[in-house]
Design a protein around this ligand. Structure first.
Ligand SMILES: [Zn+2]
Length: 406
């Protein structure tokens, strides 16, 4: 090879090396695509980046986000980035959301889950990785700093027994990233100084402390953050309702209320919220949700039952597991009901209810040899599930329903 040839190639080689190096050293990304990735539609627009905190340790959080396709990226404590849903497709991460009058931000945003908690600081490796990741997404989609938001900024709630109007404050997710110092560490120089939807009267403030944490002075932010971390933060008392603690999950079967008497009730079993005594501890269980079999899909804000079940939505073999524990088949639901299924309704396509366990009816009596089939699903009276392979034949509670694949 002659010298001239080398001279011409040298800049190209250097460029390539720099590109490779910047990719390796700046951002450590691993593709770990969700099984949901391929079925997700392309996102019509990309105007925002929405940051989240997982509120749980890495293993469980990553698994959950991966199984359900709930973010585009997950950033772990060591700064490793996982690609879960392709950046061009929709990930379901923001739920009921609004920013500046625009709703359903899943259709307009990239969602990043940070392994950690809304009331703890990120690791320096996380700051470094997140900064690079944000920069890269901003570059690709031309997103200005002002549109890098947190879930706590964009989530809003429907009117409920504590708040009569649609309200901000449904989530405190990633509120720790709204301080000036956190933003600077992420290379963000400009950010919203107030809530545009509250300002325009579209929403009211349901959590004044969160409002301070998001938009207050440095002093106010510090005060707000410290008041979220007390050991009694999950105890109902005067001035702190079930909603303040559990937010829109207050009625969920996954939320457990430990009463001072030692008794416990789940959210969906509570009928009289006024009589919930002070001193009741609230436990929000993520595990509970994790036990939901893959085949069962949950109706979220932006996914109607119809979207989930496809052509099968009105079929006899599509089961709708209602929040009150009842199971209704698709053919028994009116068009109107099908289109307005409450969030949290679970949908199972291609299944029938085989029967119910009773004192005189064992699992074998109900469904024969398929009782321990991997596809057979046990639906317990407390709202949880198990597969046939996980079941202990002798310890199945009465009134458990067996769901068989058709
Ligand atoms: Zn979130």
């Amino acid at each position: 090879m002659n010298g001239l040839y080398y001279k011409r190639l040298l800049p190209v080689i250097i460029c390539l090396l720099v590109l490779i190096a910047s990719d390796i050293f700046a951002l450590n990304i691993v593709s770990k695509y969700s099984p949901r990735n391929r079925e997700r539609k392309k996102r019509p627009a990309t105007e925002f980046i929405v940051l989240h905190t997982t509120e749980g340790p890495k293993a469980g959080s990553l698994k959950k986000v991966w199984q359900r396709g709930e973010a585009h990226y997950v950033v772990d404590e060591r700064g490793r980035v996982y690609r879960i849903i392709h950046r061009s497709r929709i990930a379901y991460h923001a739920g009921r959301s609004m920013w500046n009058g625009k709703v359903n931000l899943d259709e307009r945003s990239i969602g990043i889950e940070i392994v950690g908690y809304h009331n703890r600081d990120l690791t320096s490796a996380q700051y470094a990785a997140l900064k690079e990741l944000i920069k890269e997404i901003q570059r690709i989609y031309k997103i200005p700093d002002k549109r890098i938001l947190t879930h706590s900024m964009v989530a809003y709630g429907k009117p409920n027994r504590w708040h009569r109007k649609s309200h901000r404050g449904r989530k405190r997710c990633a509120m720790n990233l709204t301080t000036d110092s956190a933003r600077r560490k992420l290379g963000i120089d400009d950010w919203p100084r107030s809530d545009p939807d509250v300002k325009a009267g579209r929403l009211v403030i349901a959590d004044p402390l969160l409002e301070k944490a998001l938009y207050g002075s440095a002093k106010e932010q510090k005060y707000a953050a410290s008041s979220f971390t007390g050991s009694d933060a999950n105890v109902i008392m005067k001035g702190r309702t079930a909603w303040d603690i559990a937010r829109d999950r207050y009625k969920s079967s996954g939320t457990v209320y430990l009463l001072p008497s030692g008794k416990s009730v789940r959210g969906h079993q509570v009928t009289n919220w006024k009589s919930m005594p002070a001193g009741t501890k609230v436990k929000l269980s993520e595990e509970y949700q994790d036990n939901v079999p893959e085949k069962i899909k949950v109706v979220a804000d932006v996914v109607s039952g119809r979207n989930i079940a496809g052509d099968e939505y009105g079929s006899k073999t599509t089961l709708y597991l209602m929040q009150n524990g009842k199971i209704v088949t698709g053919d028994k639901l009116s068009e109107k009901k099908l289109n307005s299924l409450p969030k949290g309704t679970k949908v199972l396509v291609g299944y029938v209810v085989s029967g119910t366990i009773s004192k005189r009816k064992s699992a074998f009596d109900v469904c024969g040899v398929r009782w321990d089939d991997p596809s057979t699903i046990y639906y317990f009276p407390d709202g949880s599930f198990k597969h046939g392979t996980e079941i202990n034949e002798k310890a199945i509670p009465r009134n458990t329903k067996i769901l068989l694949q058709k």
